[in-house]
Design a protein. Structure first.
Length: 232
């Protein structure tokens, strides 16, 4: 909950900076420091809690569970008394929270029966294919879905949580605000984009990162896939 409020405070600063600085906006131009935003987020949590208590409304916690369709349908059929065929051992099966914590698929079935389900369709490379919309910033359900499917930063070797969603092809150069042109990234590596580093997604669904001189970062360079780096 606290992380969600911190993200909200960050987006408020970012949108204000966008109005003032346009495409030149970066984190150095935000009105508050990270510590100030955390303090304001904590204050907002207390205010929201107090308001809910005085209004008599019950607050409902939200936990996102991400599960592939084949796994969900298999365990749903079993829960209904059927005898579904075993899951393909080579398939890409997963069931976890949006934060990356593994969840028993049977618990996901119970959660779906007792809670609410938001359906997100992805293709074979893990790209969400039907939630994109044309706007400048990744917000709302689209941002939530991208971060839920990619809880860790897309950069090679980085194990930080994805806190931001950024365009692979920048908006200023015609990049669309859709899921095929998006990736979850930590704040540190997102700032690398302003220093000439570029990122693209290969046909295998894996991330490829390039230095300002066009050479690829990581073990994939010249080994499995030779992709042309995205235009500077």
């Amino acid at each position: 909950m606290f992380a969600a409020y911190c993200d909200s405070e960050f987006m408020a600063d970012w949108q204000t900076a966008m109005v003032q600085h346009g495409e030149d906006t970066d984190t150095s131009k935000l009105a508050r420091t990270p510590a100030q935003r955390r303090a304001d987020a904590l204050h907002a949590v207390f205010i929201a809690a107090a308001a809910a208590r005085h209004s008599g409304e019950e607050s409902t916690p939200t936990v996102g569970v991400v599960v592939d369709a084949e796994t969900f349908e298999h365990h749903l059929a079993a829960a209904a008394g059927g005898s579904p065929a075993p899951l393909d051992a080579n398939g890409n099966h997963f069931c976890r929270t949006a934060a990356g914590v593994a969840v028993d698929p049977r618990d996901a079935i119970v959660a779906a029966l007792a809670g609410q389900v938001r359906r997100v369709v992805i293709d074979s490379t893990g790209v969400i294919v039907n939630m994109g919309r044309r706007q400048r910033l990744f917000t709302g359900a689209v941002r939530d879905a991208i971060l839920a499917l990619q809880p860790w930063c897309m950069w090679t070797g980085c194990r930080a949580r994805s806190r931001q969603v950024d365009h692979l092809l920048p908006w200023a150069r015609g990049g669309l605000t859709d899921t095929a042109n998006a990736g979850g990234v930590c704040g540190h590596h997102n700032r690398w984009r302003t220093r000439g580093y570029r990122t693209c997604r290969g046909p295998d669904g894996e991330w490829h990162h390039y230095r300002p001189d066009g050479t690829e970062i990581g073990w994939r360079d010249g080994h499995l896939t030779r992709l042309r780096p995205p235009a500077a």
